[in-house]
Design a protein around this ligand. Sequence first.
Ligand code: ATP
Length: 450
Amino acid sequence: MDKIVSLCKRRGFVYPGSEIYGGLGGTWDYGPLGVALKRHVKNEWWKTNVLYREDAVGMDAAIMMNPKVWEASGHTEAFSDPLIECKTCKKRFRADQIPGVLVQDDRGKVPAGTLCPSGGHELDVGSIEWVPIRKFNLLVKSYLGVVEGQQSEVFLRGEITQGVHVNFRNILDSTRIKVPFGVGQIGKAFRNEITPGNFTFRSREFEQMEMQFYIRPDDEEGRKWFDYWKEQRMSWYTSLGIQKEKLRFRDHEPDERAHYARAATDVEYNSPFGWKEFEGIHHRGDWDLTRHQKYSGVDMKYRDPDSGEEFVPWVIETSGGVDRATLFFLIDAYKEEEKRVVLQLDPRLSPYKVAVFPLVANKPQLVEKAKKIFSELKHSLLAVTWDDRGNIGKRYYAQDEIGTPWCVTIDYQTLEDDTVTVRDRDTTGQERLNIANLLAYFQSQLEKND
Ligand code: ATP
């Protein structure tokens, strides 16, 4: 993990948030390579879940919503984590994440010998018997309005989900989509996490990519679509290169499920800090729509255009973390070989697809030719980078480390026959291609697994 964090900082994937001011706990800034990788993760998700599907549309709701939304969704009441304070170091922790702490409803018990997560001493909560545990609401508050004292309190959304459900009626009225159908959305969410950590894994500001899939309210349909989405989401991760043996499903126990869920499964990754969730698949039943119907007074029933039947649909949700997925793609792709470090990212995710080099930087004819190829590729593929420092070996090494799948070198032969060397990141093999065929070659490689 230390190696990943240091690579991320050194090469411009991820920096600590507001670093020059000492940082801000639980926030991270994505640098030039990180923003590219994260954007490619989101693009791939959008392609598979919205663009390529005939039964899905997309939307993008506001981060700040009417506070009634959070009452209706149950977040003001139930969106909380159990908070425990160690009397020795005065630090606060999430009780359900400390091995050795038992949590039952709103009480907890610490068996003797349990270590405090801050290290060096035993966790002391004042008693070895059951003690009350405070529920800590995770919603982040802010204030809107210009007159001091008359500002209204708003929450930054704790999940992006509700933005879709509150627009259910709008979507039905403004499109011709029919149940079963999905609404995809990607956007920021905010949680006042008690213990952010493991790099970007648990942050206080993060992005989610979610599908809310509306179905007929029927047990058989519910099971069918829940299984369907489990399979879809797992195969999305493996199709983008995550090793199968590093992935698993973990079904939630009934007492662990969120207040809205009829069934829930996590997709987990075997990370350097253990098996961790990076996506949840939830059968939300009609919880959201009936609650919004009740709190807003707006009719959320769907009328089947063929049978005339009316019902409030059920929802199967897939809710993934963009930052967690990005982190696990990075971890999974990281390989140390004898002579190099290589990020074996799927080319569709790589920050740069192609690096263009003139063999040497001090031969104007080579540089000019290389610039021309660079600019043509950049206008078509966009994610193309340039390097003319040091020798070719060093440049390959630098590109391998950030996962660039192909390097193009312009040499003296190029000036004679318009061919270039294309070097492959994974095999390190090289082949000569005609400049006229370059773009088509890269495009076909990128589309191979689509
Ligand atoms: P956890 O148990 O780890 O707190 P959760 O079960 O509360 O997660 P959900 O509410 O199901 O998570 O959110 C869906 C997805 O959003 C998660 O699978 C994760 O990828 C992402 N996510 C949730 N909280 C965070 C966070 N604090 N930082 C980064 N990503 C997050």
